[in-house]
Design a protein around this ligand. Structure first.
Ligand SMILES: Cc1ncc(COP(=O)(O)O)c(C=O)c1O
Length: 369
């Protein structure tokens, strides 16, 4: 039996079970399941949470990125800067928009794109930068926005892993021109199925995205652009409204768990801990990711003791077959390659108990002893 599961959503769902059931019956009784009141309310609340003007909900995080790229006019022949180490959906959305993903190495101590390296990778074809707030750690958004302004580029934040994080007191997902997020069930704000959203304060981008997600329809029966079907359904929107009210509290529990880890995992073997909250960044620890050159052995040791862990992500994106057309070889992106071999995500979910964290930490200490 698992003494520390990698993830459990039970605690979250049990604490709001009554509201979830009410949302289900309310939606069932209303009998409207696509683009109705629930979607409308959720979009308003999620935009307000970001202190942004508009939220356009969509079917998933990949589509949120893809539609953002389309809204900004990014197309065949364009280049888009992406981090070398991220969830592969970030690169895939660029590829599916017809553009070329151009990776820039991440800072291995923060897991986010190294803003000092971005300008070296710009060409005449570069149109946008997609910073990813990976594992819940905010990117240096002030520097990235300044680079974009100087070079006339768009910024699309990928905020799928950082709902509720801030950089310099401003929400991640509200800095860029058009920002994308995912409500995949395991995210800090997760639906009970797929879901995603775009956040922007630009009316033109909002209008485009609203039409694009719904077959390119500006208003009923009028179609002006070749869009797709990428809509969040009413049931998910009703559920997300309830979970959004809990997000800050649940993020706080992730921070408390992370602080326990920081205290108990000091000076063990070659373990490198993730960045801590500081004057500028307030992370939301979507994952608590440590690094060690003994990753495989440590993971197997913990597993034997009933402690589940995960690896995000074991194969560097540039070495995946999907991107072979970009002709990257082993050695081309050494930081991403090193991270793929060293990162290990420890359990960090709302409801994880103090003694479970202590069990994880004493097992880690035992392994290195
Ligand atoms: C950083 C990042 N970007 C994009 C996505 C894509 O989201 P989805 O799975 O909803 O398409 C995810 C989640 O899987 C993610 O973690």
């Amino acid at each position: 039996m698992s003494v520390a599961p990698f993830l459990s959503l039970d605690y979250q769902h049990r604490s709001i079970e009554r509201e979830l059931k009410q949302a289900f019956y309310r939606t069932l009784e209303r009998g409207k399941f696509i683009l109705g009141k629930e979607v409308d309310h959720f979009e308003k609340e999620f935009a307000a949470y970001h202190k942004s003007k508009y939220c356009i909900s969509v079917a998933n995080g990949h589509d949120a990125l893809l539609i953002s790229l389309k809204a900004l006019g990014i197309d065949k022949g364009d280049e888009v800067i992406v981090p070398s180490h991220t969830c592969q959906a970030t690169w895939l959305a660029v590829m599916n928009a017809g553009a070329k993903p151009v990776p820039v190495e991440v800072d291995p101590s923060t897991y986010t794109i190294d803003s000092l390296l971005i300008e070296n990778s710009l060409t005449r074809k570069t149109k946008a930068i997609i910073p990813v707030h990976l594992y819940g750690h905010p990117c240096e958004m002030d520097k990235i926005m300044a680079i974009a302004k100087k070079n006339n580029l768009f910024v699309i934040e990928d905020n799928a892993q950082a709902h509720g994080a801030t950089f310099k007191n401003k929400m991640t997902g509200s800095w860029g021109h058009c920002n994308a997020t995912s409500f995949y069930p395991t995210k800090n704000l997760g639906a009970l199925g797929d879901g995603g959203a775009i956040i922007t304060s630009n009316k033109k981008l909002c209008d485009f995205a609203r039409a694009f997600r719904n077959y390119g329809s500006e208003k009923k029966d009028v179609h002006s652009i070749p869009g797709v079907n990428s809509r969040l359904d009413e049931l998910q929107a009703a559920i997300l409204q309830i979970k959004l009210r809990m997000l800050d509290e649940w993020n706080e529990t992730r921070r408390r768990t992370s602080n326990l880890y920081f205290g108990l995992l000091q000076n063990i073997g070659d373990i490198q801990l993730p960045p801590r909250e500081n004057r500028e960044t307030k992370p939301v620890y979507h994952q608590f990711v440590i690094q060690t050159s003994l990753r495989e052995k440590l993971q197997a040791f913990l597993s034997k003791k009933g402690i589940e862990t995960a690896v995000h992500y074991p194969i560097p994106i540039h070495l995946q077959k999907t991107y072979s057309y970009l002709r990257y070889k082993k050695g081309n992106l050494p930081v991403a390659e090193r991270l793929a071999g060293k990162v290990l995500s420890l359990p960090v979910w709302p409801g994880l108990k103090k003694d479970q964290v202590e069990i994880v930490c004493s097992a880690v200490r035992k392994f290195f002893a």
